[in-house]
Design a protein around this ligand. Structure first.
Ligand code: 5RP
Length: 235
């Protein structure tokens, strides 16, 4: 099997197993963003069709909204259901303590809101994302959502706390990427992150920062598809 096929199979297996193990009837389900979540939504939709599970789904992004609608799942909002039973989401990196880097796909603020209001957060990923320390495998930096008018002073402040910030540019459009919330993303390389919660505190203290892609202490379980077809479940 070639490399990309192996990665896709690992994502699919992890997502399907995570859904099989955790999904129950009548749940309010958070739907994360990214390519791995697509496999989870397909599995959720299949189980929902087969067993009439009466699920209600809340999106974390425009992509998730479309996935819910296209798969004939019931779309609801956080206003209606502020307590979510189960959230499925992907990650760019997962450390030994199940802290995460997220936001590689440009979505992180709504993802963090949904995760923080979920009883269980289930992370699904392939073997490339598993590491001991954040920043060990994910080399593109910590994605940070920033209010557009503040991006220059915010980037300077990030440099002062030891980061190397880069404003993320859009693809197929001139200029910066604009998030679902109308903000910019700055990717900040901090090398290996030994104390993620300390870093998170420093970043959130900068005016203009909306939120960061560091998800600390939020993950209940991570399902990580391996190269040999097995699934590593952490913890
Ligand atoms: C989007 C995210 C994604 O969950 C993360 O980038 C993982 O994506 P993928 O499943 O495509 O590897 O945080 O901003």
């Amino acid at each position: 099997m070639v490399g990309q096929d192996k990665i896709e199979l690992a994502k699919k297996k992890a997502a399907e197993k995570a859904v099989e193990d955790n999904l129950q009837k009548n749940m309010i389900v958070g739907i994360g963003s990214g390519s791995t979540v697509v496999y989870a939504v397909q599995k959720i939709a299949q189980m929902n069709r087969k067993n009439d599970l009466q699920l209600k789904c809340i999106p974390t992004s425009f992509q998730a909204y479309q996935l819910i609608v296209e798969n004939d799942l019931t779309l609801v909002s956080l206003d209606q259901y502020p307590e979510i039973d189960l959230d499925f989401d992907g990650a760019d990196e997962i450390d030994a303590n199940l802290n995460l880097i997220k936001g590689g796909g440009g979505c992180l603020v709504q993802e963090k809101i949904i995760a923080s209001n979920s009883t269980k957060v289930i992370i699904i990923a392939d073997y490339r994302k598993n590491s001991k320390l954040l920043g060990e495998k994910w080399k593109k930096g910590v994605p940070i959502e920033v209010i557009p008018m503040a991006y220059v002073p915010v980037m300077r402040k990030m440099e002062k706390i030891g980061g190397h910030p880069v404003l993320r540019m859009a693809k197929a459009k001139a200029g910066p990427l604009v998030t679902d919330n109308g903000n910019f993303i700055v990717d900040v390389d901090f090398g290996r992150i030994k104390t993620p919660s300390e870093l998170e505190g420093k970043l959130l203290a900068i005016p203009g920062v909306v939120d960061t892609g560091l998800f600390i202490g939020m993950t209940s379980k991570a399902y990580i598809g391996q190269q040999d077809g097995n699934i590593l479940i952490k913890p």
